[in-house]
Design a protein around this ligand. Structure first.
Ligand code: 5GP
Ligand code: ZN
Length: 114
C-alpha cells in the first residue's frame, strides 16, 4: 500500500536502520526505542492487523517469531530474557496498521504491560 509507512520502509522509500532482511521479512530498529533492544520484524506483504491473517499466513508468522529469537541471540539478550509483542488494533496500542512484531530486551521488563 502506497500510504502505509511500513510498506514504504520495506520498499526503501523511507529510511530505517535495517538489521535483517530476506524475501519475506524486514527487521529494523524502532525509531522510538522502549528498551536497549527494540527491533520491529515486519513482513514485506501488507497485512493490516492480526485479525486479517489467513491460514496461508501461518508460515509467515512463524518466520517472524523465529527471526525475533535469532535476533535476540545475536544481541546477546536471549538468556537474560526478552519480550515479543504484536499490538492488535488501537485499544492495544497499534499505531501502524501493517503487522509488526516488537522485539524488546536489554533491560528488566515488568509484567503485566500497561
Ligand atoms: P505499534 O504502536 O503500532 O505497535 O508500533 C509501531 C512502532 O513503530 C512504534 O514503536 C513506533 O515507535 C515505530 N515507528 C513509528 N514510525 C516509525 C518510523 O518512521 N520508523 C521506525 N523505524 N519506526 C517507527
Ligand atoms: Zn503496509
Amino acid at each position: 500500500m502506497s500510504d502505509c509507512l511500513f510498506c514504504r520502509i520495506v520498499k526503501g522509500e523511507v529510511s530505517a536502520t535495517i538489521v535483517y532482511e530476506d524475501e519475506t521479512l524486514v527487521a529494523f530498529e524502532d525509531i522510538s526505542p522502549r528498551a536497549p533492544t527494540h527491533v520491529l520484524i515486519v513482513p514485506r506483504q501488507h497485512v493490516e492487523t492480526l485479525n486479517d491473517l489467513t491460514p496461508n499466513d501461518k508460515e509467515l508468522v512463524g518466520e517472524m517469531i523465529w527471526r525475533s529469537a535469532a535476533i535476540a541471540k545475536e544481541r546477546g539478550i536471549a538468556d537474560s530474557g526478552y519480550r515479543t509483542v504484536f499490538n492488535c488494533n488501537r485499544g492495544a496500542g497499534q499505531t501502524v496498521f501493517h503487522i509488526h512484531l516488537h522485539l524488546l530486551g536489554g533491560r528488566a521488563l515488568t509484567w503485566p504491560p500497561g
